[in-house]
Ligand binder design. Structure first.
Ligand SMILES: O=P(O)(O)OC[C@H]1O[C@H](OP(=O)(O)OP(=O)(O)O)[C@H](O)[C@@H]1O
Ligand code: HPA
Ligand SMILES: [Mg+2]
Length: 179
């Protein structure tokens, strides 16, 4: 492991096993329906790729880019749409796919925004959640792992755009973002 990383929190095998279980649950819950998966760029790219390919439910995919973290380790609380959906949500069953719910600010804003577009339903699947960091409550239908309130990188998650391609989730050494 590089000097920038402290320890591995979730191995590729642990992630794969959880995604298997989440996909099975989603298939059961949406039996007979068609889903629109909405990936939140950029962090959710890996979860979207690996979760969507495990589903038997017919799906289409769309993407939104929102940013609240910029290059720091704290949410600014101000969510900006950098890229909107191409799909009309009217009457659709929507499943938002996220890498992490930390303060919850991004997702609570996003879910309210999507609901205003009159879909049939909006639910959320997130690989990671930090329960001790929650500033707002967001209802998550599918959660991979509850993790401690440390800044993590890998498997899509970045610090200043780096580390997204690591196959595992690990904690970043503090010297990387405090010096
Ligand atoms: O619960 P919150 O405290 O709001 O944090 C979660 C959000 O922050 C990260 O996105 P970021 O703004 O870093 O954009 P990125 O996915 O492009 O890295 C992450 O991917 C979530 O979307
Ligand atoms: O712990 C985190 N790591 C990377 N990006 C994030 N966005 C919110 N929390 C995190
Ligand atoms: Mg980020």
């Amino acid at each position: 492991m590089g000097a920038d990383l402290e320890h591995v929190l979730l191995t590729p095998d642990q992630i794969a096993e959880r995604l298997d279980a989440m996909a099975a649950q989603i298939d059961e819950d949406y039996a007979g329906r068609e889903l629109l998966l909405v990936g939140v760029l950029k962090g959710a790219v890996m979860v979207m790729a690996d979760l969507s390919r495990r589903l038997h439910t017919p799906v289409t995919m769309d993407w939104m880019a929102v940013s609240s973290y910029g290059s720091g380790t704290k949410s600014s609380g101000v969510v900006r749409i950098l890229k909107d959906l191409d799909t009309d949500l009217l009457g659709r069953d929507v499943l938002v796919v996220e890498d992490i719910v930390d303060s919850g600010l991004t997702l609570s804003w996003l879910v309210a925004n999507l609901r205003s577009r009159k879909p049939a339903s909006v639910e959320v699947a997130a690989l990671l959640r930090k329960p001790e960091s929650a500033k707002v409550d967001v209802d998550l239908a599918y959660v991979g792992f509850d993790i401690p309130s440390e800044f993590v990188v890998g498997y899509g998650l970045d610090y200043a755009e780096r580390y997204r391609t690591l196959p595992f989730v690990g904690t970043l050494a503090k010297h990387v973002y405090t010096s």
